[in-house]
Design a protein around this ligand. Structure first.
Ligand SMILES: C[S@@+](CC[C@H](N)C(=O)[O-])C[C@H]1O[C@@H](n2cnc3c(N)ncnc32)[C@H](O)[C@@H]1O
Length: 448
Protein backbone atom coordinates (compact mmCIF):
# COMPACT_ATOMS: atom_id res chain seq x y z
CA UNK A 1 0.00 0.00 0.00
CA UNK A 2 1.27 3.49 -0.84
CA UNK A 3 2.58 5.40 2.19
CA UNK A 4 0.29 8.23 3.32
CA UNK A 5 1.72 11.73 3.04
CA UNK A 6 1.97 14.11 6.02
CA UNK A 7 -1.32 15.94 5.32
CA UNK A 8 -3.26 12.72 5.01
CA UNK A 9 -1.83 11.47 8.30
CA UNK A 10 -2.67 14.85 9.89
CA UNK A 11 -6.22 14.56 8.55
CA UNK A 12 -6.63 11.08 10.07
CA UNK A 13 -5.34 12.23 13.46
CA UNK A 14 -7.45 15.37 13.56
CA UNK A 15 -10.53 13.43 12.55
CA UNK A 16 -10.06 10.93 15.37
CA UNK A 17 -9.62 13.76 17.87
CA UNK A 18 -12.78 15.43 16.57
CA UNK A 19 -14.90 12.28 16.57
CA UNK A 20 -13.57 10.20 19.45
CA UNK A 21 -12.21 12.92 21.75
CA UNK A 22 -8.81 11.20 21.49
CA UNK A 23 -5.83 12.95 23.15
CA UNK A 24 -3.69 14.74 20.57
CA UNK A 25 -0.31 14.01 22.20
CA UNK A 26 -0.93 10.27 22.62
CA UNK A 27 -2.42 9.85 19.17
CA UNK A 28 0.37 11.81 17.52
CA UNK A 29 3.07 9.71 19.21
CA UNK A 30 1.34 6.41 18.36
CA UNK A 31 0.84 7.47 14.74
CA UNK A 32 4.43 8.64 14.29
CA UNK A 33 5.58 5.15 15.37
CA UNK A 34 2.97 3.17 13.43
CA UNK A 35 3.31 5.10 10.14
CA UNK A 36 7.11 5.32 10.54
CA UNK A 37 7.06 9.07 9.88
CA UNK A 38 10.59 10.26 9.17
CA UNK A 39 12.42 12.85 11.32
CA UNK A 40 11.99 15.56 8.70
CA UNK A 41 8.21 15.19 8.56
CA UNK A 42 7.60 14.83 12.32
CA UNK A 43 8.01 18.59 12.82
CA UNK A 44 5.56 19.49 10.07
CA UNK A 45 3.02 16.88 11.16
CA UNK A 46 3.18 18.05 14.79
CA UNK A 47 2.84 21.66 13.75
CA UNK A 48 -0.18 21.00 11.52
CA UNK A 49 -1.97 18.83 14.11
CA UNK A 50 -1.39 21.10 17.13
CA UNK A 51 -1.78 24.33 15.18
CA UNK A 52 -5.06 23.28 13.58
CA UNK A 53 -6.50 22.30 16.97
CA UNK A 54 -5.19 25.47 18.61
CA UNK A 55 -6.72 27.77 15.99
CA UNK A 56 -9.94 25.81 15.40
CA UNK A 57 -12.33 28.61 16.40
CA UNK A 58 -10.53 31.22 14.32
CA UNK A 59 -10.23 28.92 11.31
CA UNK A 60 -13.95 28.09 11.46
CA UNK A 61 -14.79 31.78 11.56
CA UNK A 62 -12.71 32.40 8.43
CA UNK A 63 -14.17 29.36 6.66
CA UNK A 64 -17.73 30.35 7.51
CA UNK A 65 -17.22 33.51 5.42
CA UNK A 66 -16.43 31.43 2.31
CA UNK A 67 -18.33 28.15 2.59
CA UNK A 68 -21.89 28.58 1.35
CA UNK A 69 -23.54 26.13 3.75
CA UNK A 70 -23.28 25.97 7.55
CA UNK A 71 -19.96 24.35 8.57
CA UNK A 72 -21.87 21.86 10.77
CA UNK A 73 -23.48 20.45 7.62
CA UNK A 74 -20.15 19.54 6.04
CA UNK A 75 -18.84 15.98 6.44
CA UNK A 76 -16.37 15.92 9.36
CA UNK A 77 -13.45 15.00 7.11
CA UNK A 78 -14.17 17.86 4.69
CA UNK A 79 -14.28 20.41 7.52
CA UNK A 80 -11.07 19.05 9.03
CA UNK A 81 -9.36 19.08 5.62
CA UNK A 82 -10.38 22.71 5.08
CA UNK A 83 -9.18 23.66 8.56
CA UNK A 84 -5.77 22.06 8.25
CA UNK A 85 -5.23 23.51 4.77
CA UNK A 86 -6.23 26.97 5.89
CA UNK A 87 -3.99 26.65 8.93
CA UNK A 88 -1.00 26.01 6.68
CA UNK A 89 -1.88 28.87 4.33
CA UNK A 90 -2.26 31.43 7.11
CA UNK A 91 0.23 30.36 9.77
CA UNK A 92 3.00 28.32 8.11
CA UNK A 93 5.41 30.37 6.01
CA UNK A 94 7.50 27.41 4.92
CA UNK A 95 4.67 25.69 3.01
CA UNK A 96 3.87 27.22 -0.43
CA UNK A 97 0.16 28.15 -0.69
CA UNK A 98 -0.27 26.51 -4.08
CA UNK A 99 1.09 23.22 -2.82
CA UNK A 100 -1.38 23.29 0.09
CA UNK A 101 -4.35 23.83 -2.22
CA UNK A 102 -3.14 21.17 -4.65
CA UNK A 103 -2.73 18.57 -1.88
CA UNK A 104 -6.11 19.44 -0.34
CA UNK A 105 -7.82 18.98 -3.70
CA UNK A 106 -6.04 15.66 -4.31
CA UNK A 107 -7.04 14.41 -0.86
CA UNK A 108 -10.64 15.51 -1.42
CA UNK A 109 -10.68 13.59 -4.74
CA UNK A 110 -9.28 10.50 -3.06
CA UNK A 111 -11.72 10.53 -0.13
CA UNK A 112 -14.82 12.04 -1.77
CA UNK A 113 -16.08 12.93 -5.20
CA UNK A 114 -15.56 15.63 -7.81
CA UNK A 115 -18.11 18.00 -6.27
CA UNK A 116 -16.30 18.01 -2.94
CA UNK A 117 -12.87 18.56 -4.45
CA UNK A 118 -14.29 21.48 -6.46
CA UNK A 119 -15.77 22.98 -3.29
CA UNK A 120 -12.44 22.59 -1.43
CA UNK A 121 -10.59 24.16 -4.35
CA UNK A 122 -13.10 27.04 -4.64
CA UNK A 123 -13.10 27.79 -0.90
CA UNK A 124 -9.32 27.87 -0.53
CA UNK A 125 -8.79 29.87 -3.72
CA UNK A 126 -11.44 32.46 -2.76
CA UNK A 127 -9.72 32.89 0.55
CA UNK A 128 -6.34 33.31 -1.13
CA UNK A 129 -7.83 35.88 -3.52
CA UNK A 130 -9.81 37.90 -0.99
CA UNK A 131 -7.50 37.55 2.00
CA UNK A 132 -8.27 36.72 5.61
CA UNK A 133 -11.55 38.28 6.83
CA UNK A 134 -11.47 40.80 9.70
CA UNK A 135 -13.10 40.21 13.09
CA UNK A 136 -14.75 43.64 13.03
CA UNK A 137 -18.13 42.19 12.16
CA UNK A 138 -18.25 40.43 15.54
CA UNK A 139 -20.05 42.83 17.85
CA UNK A 140 -19.93 41.03 21.18
CA UNK A 141 -16.49 41.75 22.78
CA UNK A 142 -16.26 38.37 24.54
CA UNK A 143 -17.13 36.50 21.35
CA UNK A 144 -14.63 38.62 19.43
CA UNK A 145 -11.84 37.76 21.87
CA UNK A 146 -12.85 34.08 21.90
CA UNK A 147 -12.84 33.83 18.11
CA UNK A 148 -9.79 35.92 17.38
CA UNK A 149 -7.69 34.06 19.99
CA UNK A 150 -9.44 30.74 19.38
CA UNK A 151 -10.91 29.73 22.74
CA UNK A 152 -14.45 28.60 23.65
CA UNK A 153 -16.75 31.48 24.54
CA UNK A 154 -17.68 30.01 27.95
CA UNK A 155 -14.01 29.71 28.94
CA UNK A 156 -13.13 33.19 27.72
CA UNK A 157 -16.03 34.61 29.71
CA UNK A 158 -15.03 32.63 32.78
CA UNK A 159 -11.44 33.88 32.60
CA UNK A 160 -12.51 37.48 32.04
CA UNK A 161 -14.59 37.18 35.23
CA UNK A 162 -11.63 35.70 37.11
CA UNK A 163 -8.60 37.58 35.71
CA UNK A 164 -9.97 40.57 33.78
CA UNK A 165 -9.84 41.24 30.06
CA UNK A 166 -6.16 42.09 29.60
CA UNK A 167 -4.85 38.99 31.36
CA UNK A 168 -7.38 36.78 29.56
CA UNK A 169 -6.25 38.15 26.21
CA UNK A 170 -2.60 37.51 27.12
CA UNK A 171 -3.37 33.93 28.25
CA UNK A 172 -5.42 33.16 25.14
CA UNK A 173 -2.72 34.61 22.90
CA UNK A 174 0.13 32.62 24.42
CA UNK A 175 -2.03 29.47 24.47
CA UNK A 176 -2.00 29.55 20.66
CA UNK A 177 1.80 29.40 20.49
CA UNK A 178 4.02 26.29 20.76
CA UNK A 179 5.24 25.56 24.32
CA UNK A 180 8.87 25.83 25.41
CA UNK A 181 10.77 22.61 25.98
CA UNK A 182 12.49 22.89 29.34
CA UNK A 183 14.34 20.46 31.56
CA UNK A 184 15.25 20.18 35.20
CA UNK A 185 18.89 19.75 36.04
CA UNK A 186 19.60 17.05 38.62
CA UNK A 187 21.54 18.88 41.32
CA UNK A 188 22.70 15.53 42.75
CA UNK A 189 24.66 14.85 39.57
CA UNK A 190 25.44 18.32 38.26
CA UNK A 191 26.96 21.04 40.44
CA UNK A 192 26.87 23.82 37.93
CA UNK A 193 24.11 24.24 35.34
CA UNK A 194 26.58 25.65 32.79
CA UNK A 195 28.44 22.31 32.85
CA UNK A 196 25.38 20.46 31.63
CA UNK A 197 24.60 23.15 29.05
CA UNK A 198 28.13 22.67 27.68
CA UNK A 199 27.83 18.87 27.71
CA UNK A 200 24.53 19.03 25.84
CA UNK A 201 25.98 21.42 23.29
CA UNK A 202 28.65 18.79 22.60
CA UNK A 203 25.80 16.39 21.81
CA UNK A 204 24.12 18.85 19.43
CA UNK A 205 21.44 20.15 21.85
CA UNK A 206 21.51 23.91 22.36
CA UNK A 207 20.19 25.07 25.74
CA UNK A 208 20.23 28.13 27.94
CA UNK A 209 19.36 28.81 31.57
CA UNK A 210 15.66 28.95 32.44
CA UNK A 211 13.83 32.20 33.18
CA UNK A 212 11.95 31.28 36.32
CA UNK A 213 13.30 28.24 38.13
CA UNK A 214 16.91 27.94 39.31
CA UNK A 215 16.75 24.26 38.36
CA UNK A 216 15.77 24.86 34.73
CA UNK A 217 17.34 24.90 31.30
CA UNK A 218 15.49 25.81 28.10
CA UNK A 219 16.03 23.70 25.01
CA UNK A 220 16.54 25.99 22.04
CA UNK A 221 17.44 23.30 19.49
CA UNK A 222 17.79 19.51 19.45
CA UNK A 223 16.19 16.46 21.08
CA UNK A 224 17.03 15.92 24.72
CA UNK A 225 16.02 12.25 25.26
CA UNK A 226 18.61 11.12 22.67
CA UNK A 227 21.53 12.52 24.67
CA UNK A 228 23.77 10.69 27.14
CA UNK A 229 23.20 13.54 29.62
CA UNK A 230 19.52 12.55 29.64
CA UNK A 231 20.20 8.81 29.77
CA UNK A 232 22.65 9.32 32.65
CA UNK A 233 19.96 11.14 34.63
CA UNK A 234 21.48 14.62 34.56
CA UNK A 235 18.27 16.16 33.22
CA UNK A 236 14.53 15.48 33.27
CA UNK A 237 12.03 17.10 30.92
CA UNK A 238 9.68 19.26 32.98
CA UNK A 239 8.04 22.65 32.69
CA UNK A 240 9.59 25.48 34.69
CA UNK A 241 6.49 26.24 36.73
CA UNK A 242 6.03 22.56 37.55
CA UNK A 243 9.58 22.55 38.95
CA UNK A 244 8.54 25.03 41.61
CA UNK A 245 6.24 22.52 43.31
CA UNK A 246 8.99 20.33 44.82
CA UNK A 247 10.77 23.50 45.98
CA UNK A 248 7.50 24.68 47.56
CA UNK A 249 7.27 21.43 49.55
CA UNK A 250 10.64 22.10 51.18
CA UNK A 251 11.33 18.42 51.92
CA UNK A 252 14.71 17.80 53.58
CA UNK A 253 16.99 14.73 53.58
CA UNK A 254 15.80 11.97 55.97
CA UNK A 255 12.17 13.14 55.97
CA UNK A 256 9.21 10.89 55.27
CA UNK A 257 7.14 12.30 52.41
CA UNK A 258 3.82 11.31 50.83
CA UNK A 259 3.22 12.13 47.16
CA UNK A 260 -0.46 11.30 46.80
CA UNK A 261 -0.94 11.78 43.02
CA UNK A 262 2.50 11.03 41.73
CA UNK A 263 2.50 9.60 38.19
CA UNK A 264 4.38 9.96 35.92
CA UNK A 265 6.77 11.02 38.67
CA UNK A 266 8.10 14.40 37.54
CA UNK A 267 7.69 15.94 40.97
CA UNK A 268 8.38 12.77 43.00
CA UNK A 269 11.81 12.43 41.42
CA UNK A 270 12.52 16.14 41.90
CA UNK A 271 11.63 15.85 45.61
CA UNK A 272 13.95 12.82 45.90
CA UNK A 273 16.78 14.78 44.26
CA UNK A 274 16.25 17.69 46.65
CA UNK A 275 16.31 15.19 49.56
CA UNK A 276 19.66 13.97 48.23
CA UNK A 277 18.09 10.50 47.95
CA UNK A 278 17.98 10.22 51.76
CA UNK A 279 14.73 9.47 53.62
CA UNK A 280 11.54 7.97 52.20
CA UNK A 281 8.95 8.97 49.65
CA UNK A 282 5.69 7.02 49.33
CA UNK A 283 4.40 7.74 45.84
CA UNK A 284 0.80 6.82 45.07
CA UNK A 285 -1.26 6.87 41.93
CA UNK A 286 -4.57 5.38 41.00
CA UNK A 287 -3.40 3.22 38.12
CA UNK A 288 -0.87 0.37 38.13
CA UNK A 289 0.40 1.22 34.62
CA UNK A 290 0.99 4.83 35.65
CA UNK A 291 2.85 3.79 38.79
CA UNK A 292 5.30 1.91 36.56
CA UNK A 293 6.19 5.22 34.90
CA UNK A 294 7.33 6.57 38.28
CA UNK A 295 9.50 3.47 38.81
CA UNK A 296 11.06 3.93 35.36
CA UNK A 297 11.98 7.54 36.07
CA UNK A 298 13.32 6.69 39.53
CA UNK A 299 15.49 3.98 38.02
CA UNK A 300 16.82 6.25 35.23
CA UNK A 301 17.75 8.81 37.89
CA UNK A 302 19.16 6.20 40.29
CA UNK A 303 16.81 7.24 43.10
CA UNK A 304 16.23 4.53 45.69
CA UNK A 305 14.03 6.29 48.28
CA UNK A 306 10.86 6.26 46.16
CA UNK A 307 8.38 3.49 47.04
CA UNK A 308 5.42 3.35 44.69
CA UNK A 309 1.96 1.89 45.20
CA UNK A 310 -1.18 1.82 43.07
CA UNK A 311 -3.75 3.20 45.51
CA UNK A 312 -6.70 5.54 45.51
CA UNK A 313 -5.44 8.41 47.66
CA UNK A 314 -8.94 8.93 48.93
CA UNK A 315 -8.33 5.74 50.89
CA UNK A 316 -4.75 6.56 51.92
CA UNK A 317 -5.79 6.59 55.57
CA UNK A 318 -6.45 2.84 55.31
CA UNK A 319 -2.85 2.27 54.21
CA UNK A 320 -0.78 4.65 56.33
CA UNK A 321 -0.70 5.57 59.99
CA UNK A 322 -1.99 8.89 61.29
CA UNK A 323 0.56 11.71 61.63
CA UNK A 324 3.30 9.65 59.99
CA UNK A 325 4.50 12.05 57.24
CA UNK A 326 6.64 15.18 57.55
CA UNK A 327 5.14 16.67 54.41
CA UNK A 328 2.59 15.70 51.79
CA UNK A 329 2.19 16.68 48.17
CA UNK A 330 -1.25 16.67 46.57
CA UNK A 331 -0.53 17.43 42.91
CA UNK A 332 -4.15 16.86 42.16
CA UNK A 333 -5.92 15.58 39.04
CA UNK A 334 -7.41 18.67 37.39
CA UNK A 335 -8.89 19.98 34.15
CA UNK A 336 -5.43 20.98 32.88
CA UNK A 337 -6.60 24.43 31.80
CA UNK A 338 -3.07 25.76 32.47
CA UNK A 339 -1.47 23.42 29.92
CA UNK A 340 -3.61 24.14 26.87
CA UNK A 341 -0.47 24.91 24.86
CA UNK A 342 0.77 21.35 25.35
CA UNK A 343 -2.62 19.67 25.03
CA UNK A 344 -4.76 21.97 22.89
CA UNK A 345 -7.67 19.53 22.70
CA UNK A 346 -8.34 20.33 26.39
CA UNK A 347 -9.93 23.65 25.54
CA UNK A 348 -12.48 22.07 23.19
CA UNK A 349 -13.18 18.93 25.20
CA UNK A 350 -13.57 20.27 28.73
CA UNK A 351 -16.86 21.75 29.80
CA UNK A 352 -17.80 23.91 32.75
CA UNK A 353 -19.37 20.88 34.48
CA UNK A 354 -15.99 19.08 34.34
CA UNK A 355 -14.49 21.79 36.51
CA UNK A 356 -17.15 21.35 39.17
CA UNK A 357 -16.95 17.56 39.00
CA UNK A 358 -13.18 17.39 39.50
CA UNK A 359 -13.22 19.69 42.54
CA UNK A 360 -15.05 16.93 44.46
CA UNK A 361 -12.10 14.55 43.90
CA UNK A 362 -9.58 17.29 44.73
CA UNK A 363 -11.34 18.02 48.03
CA UNK A 364 -11.70 14.32 48.88
CA UNK A 365 -7.98 13.64 48.33
CA UNK A 366 -6.97 16.61 50.47
CA UNK A 367 -9.30 15.58 53.29
CA UNK A 368 -8.15 11.95 53.15
CA UNK A 369 -4.43 12.73 53.44
CA UNK A 370 -4.74 15.52 56.04
CA UNK A 371 -4.77 13.15 59.08
CA UNK A 372 -1.56 11.47 57.83
CA UNK A 373 0.47 14.66 58.28
CA UNK A 374 2.51 15.30 61.44
CA UNK A 375 1.70 18.42 63.44
CA UNK A 376 3.80 21.34 62.18
CA UNK A 377 4.11 19.72 58.75
CA UNK A 378 2.78 21.10 55.47
CA UNK A 379 0.62 19.88 52.63
CA UNK A 380 1.37 21.40 49.25
CA UNK A 381 -1.74 21.41 47.10
CA UNK A 382 -0.94 22.13 43.44
CA UNK A 383 -2.63 21.88 40.04
CA UNK A 384 -1.87 22.68 36.41
CA UNK A 385 -5.16 24.49 36.01
CA UNK A 386 -5.65 28.22 36.45
CA UNK A 387 -9.32 28.09 37.40
CA UNK A 388 -10.23 29.61 40.79
CA UNK A 389 -12.78 26.90 41.54
CA UNK A 390 -10.16 24.12 41.38
CA UNK A 391 -7.59 26.18 43.26
CA UNK A 392 -8.34 28.98 45.71
CA UNK A 393 -11.88 27.68 46.27
CA UNK A 394 -10.71 24.11 47.02
CA UNK A 395 -8.19 25.48 49.52
CA UNK A 396 -10.84 27.71 51.09
CA UNK A 397 -13.25 24.81 51.45
CA UNK A 398 -10.49 22.61 52.95
CA UNK A 399 -9.58 25.28 55.50
CA UNK A 400 -13.25 25.76 56.44
CA UNK A 401 -13.49 22.08 57.27
CA UNK A 402 -10.06 21.69 58.87
CA UNK A 403 -9.54 24.25 61.60
CA UNK A 404 -6.17 22.65 62.46
CA UNK A 405 -4.69 23.93 59.14
CA UNK A 406 -3.70 27.43 58.04
CA UNK A 407 -2.18 29.00 54.93
CA UNK A 408 1.60 28.92 55.19
CA UNK A 409 3.00 32.28 54.13
CA UNK A 410 6.59 31.05 54.30
CA UNK A 411 5.91 29.55 50.85
CA UNK A 412 7.41 32.75 49.40
CA UNK A 413 10.78 32.00 50.96
CA UNK A 414 11.08 28.73 49.03
CA UNK A 415 10.14 30.14 45.63
CA UNK A 416 11.87 32.54 43.21
CA UNK A 417 11.71 36.29 43.94
CA UNK A 418 10.26 36.82 40.47
CA UNK A 419 6.89 35.54 41.75
CA UNK A 420 6.56 38.56 44.06
CA UNK A 421 3.21 40.19 43.32
CA UNK A 422 1.47 36.92 42.41
CA UNK A 423 0.91 35.66 45.98
CA UNK A 424 -2.36 35.49 47.82
CA UNK A 425 -1.15 34.58 51.34
CA UNK A 426 0.17 31.00 51.11
CA UNK A 427 -1.05 30.54 47.54
CA UNK A 428 0.43 31.53 44.19
CA UNK A 429 -1.04 31.29 40.72
CA UNK A 430 1.16 31.51 37.63
CA UNK A 431 -0.61 32.25 34.36
CA UNK A 432 1.03 30.93 31.15
CA UNK A 433 1.49 34.54 30.04
CA UNK A 434 3.38 35.57 33.21
CA UNK A 435 6.65 33.76 32.41
CA UNK A 436 5.93 31.84 29.19
CA UNK A 437 5.50 28.63 31.23
CA UNK A 438 2.61 26.25 31.92
CA UNK A 439 -0.10 27.74 34.09
CA UNK A 440 0.20 26.47 37.66
CA UNK A 441 -1.29 26.90 41.12
CA UNK A 442 0.71 26.14 44.26
CA UNK A 443 -0.48 26.46 47.84
CA UNK A 444 1.06 25.51 51.16
CA UNK A 445 -1.12 24.43 54.11
CA UNK A 446 0.39 24.09 57.58
CA UNK A 447 -0.92 21.78 60.26
CA UNK A 448 -1.05 23.61 63.56
C1 LIG B 1 -1.47 16.10 37.77
S1 LIG B 1 -1.21 14.42 37.64
C2 LIG B 1 0.20 14.18 38.65
C3 LIG B 1 1.49 14.57 38.00
C4 LIG B 1 2.69 14.17 38.83
N1 LIG B 1 2.64 14.70 40.16
C5 LIG B 1 3.99 14.59 38.17
O1 LIG B 1 4.56 15.61 38.54
O2 LIG B 1 4.48 13.87 37.29
C6 LIG B 1 -2.46 13.76 38.64
C7 LIG B 1 -2.35 12.28 38.86
O3 LIG B 1 -3.34 11.91 39.83
C8 LIG B 1 -3.75 10.60 39.56
N2 LIG B 1 -5.01 10.39 40.30
C9 LIG B 1 -6.25 10.75 39.96
N3 LIG B 1 -7.12 10.41 40.93
C10 LIG B 1 -6.39 9.83 41.90
C11 LIG B 1 -6.72 9.24 43.15
N4 LIG B 1 -7.98 9.21 43.60
N5 LIG B 1 -5.72 8.71 43.88
C12 LIG B 1 -4.44 8.72 43.44
N6 LIG B 1 -4.08 9.27 42.26
C13 LIG B 1 -5.04 9.81 41.51
C14 LIG B 1 -3.82 10.54 38.06
O4 LIG B 1 -3.72 9.21 37.62
C15 LIG B 1 -2.64 11.41 37.63
O5 LIG B 1 -1.52 10.61 37.34
Amino acid sequence: MKKKNVREVALDILLQIEKNQAYSNLLLNQTIKREKINEKDIGLLTEIVYGTIQRKNTLDYYLSQFVKIKLKKLDDWVLVLLRLSLYQIIYLDRVPERAVVHEAVELAKKKGHKGISAMVNGTLRSLLRQGVPSFNKIEDPIEKLAISYSHPIWLTKRWIDQFGEDKTKAVCEINCTPPMVTARVNKMKVRNIDEVIEKLEGEGVICERGDLSDDAIKVIKGTLPNTTAYKEGMVTIQDESSMLVARALGAMPKMKVLDSCAAPGGKTTHIAELMNNEGEICALDLHEHKVKLIDEQASRLNLSIIHTKATDSRKANEVFEKESFDCILVDAPCTGLGVIRRKPDIKWQKQEADIERITLIQKDILSAVAPLLKKGGTIVYSTCTIDDLENEEVVKSFLNEHSNFELDETLKERLPKKLEGLYNKGMVKILPSDFNTDGFFISSLKKI
